[in-house]
Each structure stands twice: as C-alpha cells, then as structure tokens.
Design a protein around this ligand. Structure first.
Ligand SMILES: Cc1cc2nc3c(=O)[nH]c(=O)nc-3n(C[C@H](O)[C@H](O)[C@H](O)COP(=O)(O)OP(=O)(O)OC[C@H]3O[C@@H](n4cnc5c(N)ncnc54)[C@H](O)[C@@H]3O)c2cc1C
Ligand code: FES
Length: 272
C-alpha cells in the first residue's frame, strides 16, 4: 500500500459542532473527527470548505472525538468557512506534521496572531507540570488578542505579557520588545513560538543568543500536506512533512529563508 493512502490522509466529511466568534476576524470551529481528536500540540489538519478549497490550520484543541481550529478570514476559503454554521458539513484530513516536545522547567511561549492557537493547546498540556510558564502574546489591536482570558487563566501570577501595536491593551509595541527584556532577566529552559515569521525569526535569534532551546511552528503555502507537491519547502525541508514544528538544529539550517522568503502560489520565490 502507498505510504500516502493512510487513514490520516483520507478525507472525512463531518459536521461542525460549534462556531464561536473570537474577534472581528477570527472564528473557532469545533468539528467531530476521531483521528484529529488524538492530535498533539503543534500538529495541523487540512479543512475543506465545500465547493471552495482545502486549507491548512493549526490544531487549537483536541479530545473527546472532536477537534477545534481558529480561522482568520483572509481570503476565499477562510471567508467561506466563516459563513458556515453548526451542523454544516466540512471535510477533514490529518492530523499531520510534527508536534512540540512537552518539556519541563521554565517555559516561555511567544505567539502572534493566530499563532497563539497551537501555543494555547500546548500551554494546556504544560500548565500543570512546569515550574514556570510565561506567555507573551502580540496582536495589532486588543480585539485581535486571541484567547486572552483562557491564557490568563492558565498562566496565573502575572505570567501573561500582552502587546498591541496600537496600545489598546497591554504594552504598545511589538511582542518582540518584552521578549528581549524577558530573555535578559530570566533563564528559560525552553521557548516555543508561532506567529508572523519575522517574529518567529526574532524569537529564534534571541533564544540562540541566550543559549535557550527553541521550537518554532512555521507556515508555508500548502497543497498536498503529505510531502509530495513541494509548495511548502524551506531549505531542504518540507514544512508539511518535516514540520511544522522545527527545533533549533533545523532552524539553523534554514536561516537563509526564515523570515526572508517563501514560495508563492506560482512557485516563484517571494519576500516575506
Ligand atoms: C501549518 C499551517 C498552519 C496554519 N494555521 C492557521 C491557523 O491556525 N489559523 C489561520 O487562520 N490560518 C492558519 N494558517 C494559514 C491558512 O492556511 C491561510 O490563511 C489560508 O490557507 C488562506 O486561505 P484563503 O483561501 O482564505 O486565502 P487566499 O486568498 O488563498 O490567501 C490569503 C493569504 O493566505 C496565504 N495562504 C493561502 N493559501 C495558503 C496555504 N494553503 N497555506 C498557507 N498559507 C496560505 C496566502 O499567502 C495569502 O497571504 C496556517 C497555515 C499553515 C501552513
Ligand atoms: S504541501 Fe505538498 S509537499 Fe508540503
């Protein structure tokens, strides 16, 4: 049997259980799916909006026969998903890709935009067992700071640092500014990051400067999600198969492209 004819890679049509508006541009969807309900933090799924397109999305939570994702409306497929209601049909493939290692000790999480989704899933797994959990989150405005209340409930004791570009909540700056101060003040055992790639690059560089182990979840254009089409390449890796979670060793190998360039829809390299 071909390695591609796996249960995970077989499309399942399923129903939306719940749709929740999280921000002016983001909705979360809970759908029934036994396979994805066993996913680990960092993995992604492919969600098919009927008659429109299939897109990669990080898993926000999983369990009890269901999986949830946070979808930001940016184009055709994501806007079509935002039109759907509970009970509507969607298609699911996955879960795919690598997951975050679940380390102990002093942990720093750094998320921007919808990149907070997989980090919230990870934080739920880590909160009870780690010594320290600090979550730095960034967004353009207060309205777009995703899952703030859930994250504050998980990371108790002033361990959430929020930054907005317009200053409508928390610090008025990019999330990378408080991160510089945190790295200088405190010795972390591990940093996890997901978000805009320029932020991810900066977090990687700070972790390297301070000798802290790092894992980053990367995004690239994805079509097949199983390592065939090559649209998600970064360096010698395919993000769908070798990622989306990359450790420091692999991130060092792709610094020429990390936060610098990626392949566009036509296969041409475009700047980030
Ligand atoms: C591993 C991974 C995890 C992701 N997790 C999330 C998430 O949790 N929440 C979320 O809202 N978005 C996530 N994305 C991005 C999401 O896949 C795109 O926003 C979506 O595919 C856009 O589709 P569209 O038809 O609405 O927009 P389009 O009109 O096709 O494009 C709008 C923008 O989205 C980008 N994009 C389009 N298609 C893809 C694709 N197949 N893969 C990656 N980027 C694409 C384009 O570069 C463009 O900038 C993730 C992407 C990857 C690769
Ligand atoms: S999406 Fe096709 S190789 Fe990764």
């Amino acid at each position: 049997m071909s390695a591609y004819l796996t249960a995970a890679n077989t499309m399942r049509t399923t129903r939306i259980i719940t749709v929740k508006t999280e921000s002016p541009t983001v909705k979360t969807f809970i759908v029934k799916d036994t396979l994805c309900s066993k996913a680990k933090p960092g993995q992604f799924l492919m969600l098919w909006a009927p008659r429109v397109d299939e897109i990669p999305l990080s898993i926000l939570d999983a369990g009890d026969g269901a999986v949830s994702v946070a979808v930001k409306a940016v184009g055709e497929a994501t806007r079509a998903l935002h039109m759907l209601k509970s009970g509507d049909t969607v298609g699911v493939r996955g879960p795919f890709g690598t997951s975050f290692t679940e380390n102990d000790g002093r942990i720093l999480l750094a998320g921007g935009g919808t990149g907070t989704a997989p980090l919230l899933f990870l934080a739920k797994k880590l909160a009870a067992k780690v010594k320290r959990l600090i979550f730095v989150m960034g967004a353009k405005t207060k309205d777009e700071l995703l899952f703030l209340r859930e994250i504050e409930a998980l990371c108790t004791g002033k361990s959430v640092v929020a930054a907005t570009e317009d200053g409508s909540y928390g610090l008025k700056c990019l999330a990378t500014e408080p991160l510089e101060a945190l790295f200088a003040q405190e010795k972390f055992d591990m940093v996890y990051t997901c978000g805009p790639e320029l932020m991810v690059r900066k977090v990687f560089e700070l972790a390297e400067q301070h000798g802290v182990a790092v894992e980053a979840s990367l995004e690239r254009l994805m079509r097949c999600s199983i390592g065939i089409c090559g649209s998600c390449v970064i360096g010698k890796y395919r993000v769908c198969r070798d990622g989306p979670v990359f450790n420091a060793t692999r991130l060092r190998e792709v610094t020429a492209e990390l936060g610098v360039s990626k392949l566009g829809f036509d296969g041409a390299r475009i700047p980030i």
